[in-house]
Design a protein around this ligand. Structure first.
Ligand code: AP5
Length: 218
């Protein structure tokens, strides 16, 4: 069985998590979200979580060596043997170099890269209205993708679990966007030069973005 390895690039709120969940179930490969892993470590109070906390809460990137270590361990898991979707990693040139190095050492395929393009003003509106179910991880939006009842998750049926992420506050969103333009956006040119990049327009409804994504992966 050949390996299907994919990286989702894009600004905070571009829809990486939303699309990664659909692609993960459609393609039968795991979604590896560094944001989710770090939030879980933070909630559990592990050494990684304690280190990550101050960076995440202020919208800065967690240091490369911490995130690279987390990802190196996760990629060794059995469920990644036939492929995976990287959601939120790499986010710096150093992380991209480390990933390629790690995969080459393990004689594994280099992932294809899908960049989801969305203008900054759309990002701010999306993140301000995002709600995440603390029970099942489903991602909602108060306007563009609301649940049927305001406080009940349609995916798992639980009430009172829809939460706003700590970093989805206006000042932290602005900081995350600045960090994205300074440190992550250069990855677009990095992968384009290596002929691994496909760009899709993320500023359309979820289903249209997903249709383009599936076409790109076909
Ligand atoms: P992380 O959790 O990765 O956050 P992010 O990249 O900022 O991305 P988001 O999860 O905010 O957005 P998304 O693109 O997944 O959008 P979503 O699908 O949810 O990282 C958090 C923090 O962890 C970082 O700031 C950093 O501190 C640390 N970190 C993580 N990885 C790291 C790394 N590699 N290195 C260093 N530090 C790292 O959608 C957003 C909203 O829009 C939702 O409400 C959704 O319903 C809605 N929506 C989605 N698509 C559409 C659409 N097409 N139309 C309308 N609405 C839509």
């Amino acid at each position: 069985m050949s390996e299907l390895a994919i990286i989702f690039l894009g600004a905070p709120g571009a829809g990486k998590g939303t699309q990664a969940k659909v692609a993960s179930s459609g393609k039968g490969i795991p979604q590896l979200s560094t944001g989710d892993m770090l939030r879980a470590a933070k909630a559990a109070g592990t050494p990684v979580g304690l280190k990550a906390r101050e960076y995440m809460d202020s919208g800065k990137l967690v240091p490369d060596e911490v995130v690279i270590g987390v990802m190196a361990e996760r990629l060794s898991s059995e469920d990644c043997a036939h492929g995976y979707i990287l959601d939120g990693f790499p986010r710096t040139i150093a992380q991209a170099d480390a990933l390629d190095h790690m995969l080459a050492e393990r004689k594994r395929a280099l992932p294809r890269v899908i960049e989801i393009d969305v203008p900054d003003e759309v990002v701010v509106a999306r993140l301000s209205g995002r709600r995440v179910c603390s029970n099942c991880g489903a991602i909602w939006h108060v306007e563009s993708n609301p649940t049927k009842k305001p406080d009940v998750c349609d995916q798992c049926g639980k009430a009172g679990t829809l939460e706003q992420r700590a970093d989805d506050k206006p000042d932290v969103i602005r900081k995350r966007l600045t960090v994205y333009h300074d440190q992550t956006r250069p990855l677009s040119a990095y992968y384009e030069e290596r002929k691994r990049l496909t760009r899709i327009n993320g500023n359309r409804v979820v289903e249209q973005v997903n249709a383009d994504l599936m076409k790109a992966l076909a």
